[in-house]
Design a protein around this ligand. Sequence first.
Ligand code: GLA
Length: 670
Amino acid sequence: MGQIAPIPRLNRLAYGGDYNPEQWPPEVWAEDLALMRAAGVNLVSVGIFSWALLEPAPGEFDFGWLDEVLDLLHDGGIRVDLATPTAVPPAWFRRAHPEARLVDHTGTILGGGGRQSFCPSSPAYARAATRITEAIATRYADHPALVLWHVHNEYGGVNALCYCPASTRAFRDWLRERYADDLAALNTAWGTSFWGQRYGDWAEIESPTTGPTTVNPAQELDFLRFSSDAHLANFRRERDILRRHTPDVPVTTNFMLANCKTLDYWRWAREVDVVANDHYLQAERADNFIELAMCADLTRSVATGRPWLLMEHSTSAVNWQPRNVAKRPGELARNSLSHVARGAESVLFFQWRAARFGAEKFHSAMLPHGGTATRIWREVVRLGADALPRLDELRGTTVVTDAAILWDWQSWWALELAWRPSVDLDYRDRVEAYYERLWRDRLTVDFAHPEQPLDRYPLVVVPSLYLTTSAAADNLHRYVDRGGTLLVSYFSGIVDAADTVHPGAHPGALRELLGLTVDEFLPLRAGETTRLDGGLVGDVWAEAIDLAGAESVLGYVDGPAAGRPAITRHTVGAGTAWYISTRLDAAALAPILTQVYAEADLAPPAGVPDGVELVRRAGATADYLIAINHTGDDTVLPATGVELITGVSCAGAVAMPAGEVRVVRLDRPT
Ligand code: GLA
């Protein structure tokens, strides 16, 4: 484990957020600056929704206010992540280009007055976005405050899929490329001999709008791939303009891992200079910090272990969940530092100052409506001005991970298309259950693409990888054969990239590796459970398994698969492949995972109370233990070194007060 290169042009952990000065009279800007400095803010994202102000009429620009803001920030020592404002085209664009409006799957043209209400495949949008991007890049290329480009905002957030005529034309072009202009290849891949759908001309192909019955799932799947790529083309266009003007300024865009289903971020992450993520807590969930950790780990993983930016999260409540539960005292710091522990080199918020008008006026901010006399402001200052500067030495160190969980957007899309064996099949549910088990056992997880090398992980978990390519199956086989421990959940290995069932019995692609066949899927009724040996209880799913080399570890006691194996284990080469054929929650997974860890030679840290999060970091000169106490009880953890937030040395034990975070630079044995 060694040092990794920190993010260029950021010389500290970044602190700040979206700054929208155009929503405030200029008299407020000086106060903003003073308060930003008091809070330790050193980076703000500017101009994200300002296209209509910067280009008030087609081709007419007004940069006066932005010049002033950037100069002010620079004079105040605050760096700028400057946006291309292309997420909201001006009203004049909508009026001039009705053909560029977003159309949903029912054919309804969606209205304006909000944001991202445009077709991602619109040529007029591409031209207009190019013009404003060129203008901004030209004007600010040499501005000394500029350290990062923020392209657009949350691609695909609300306009992921468009079904207008321009989108359909672009879809056909995309298909011609995918199938190398070979319509017969498309007919085969889409299985168009089913329901008489054969295409004799590319022009006959439509977008999968709402029909009287379900649409060809392979067509749906390709449309999802196309849509992710359509947004990516828009990103690339702007990125390339910016790179031409400022080859040394990194370019990013804010992702929404793992809550955006519609973009294939494995593909996207390769295209950005720095991976950046927005994460909003699922506030009503009691254990929402586990979901946060999962998203942070997924972000680091798509960044291939390199440092990443937390571009947005909230100081307290958001305004768009059904019940916007406020964060409790200390939660802001715990959330922020969990992201930092897992590789973020920034703590940035939406947004700096709470908005008085518009749709987000009830969204929390760094500076609330109540100003500096508020709890949130005090916590913002404590974190940014006090704690974070003491943690700078974490930059460039690596997160120590224990296991991998496979993650694949395309498999997620395919698994949740219409007419699957049960509506209760849920990709994220399985990922989260396995992630939660490992989190509670204090094992740190990387997410991995099914086709990437896996040898460095003693354990790889495969939660419902319904779409498994032959390359992925071979990869998993090789991994086990060489000594890996693999744990596969039900409904994996079923179809190929075209949503065609692998030949023979389920689970086709993984049948040999798992040493079994599934005679029949046995989905359970709503609320029905099935008991397993050892008192475990599953729901949602069961299978009639025939062993073909594997051994049964636990069987079904009742339910439709009574008397047959439920959990199996198969030795292949130097490794083992486990299979769990029913839905177990994180608690029920515990006894099985204990056996799996032993097989993988993994030893979860013992004696740590449930609800205390641990992450280890390794650097060239020091290692670190980051501990976050999500419980209401004080505790003590074994550690020897210096606690960085309090500056206190600890010999053998570090005190962990309820709700606090501790970061220990560990003494290395001499
Ligand atoms: C997203 C957007 C922001 C803001 C926040 C509110 O992340 O990028 O502009 O709307 O949500 O939570």
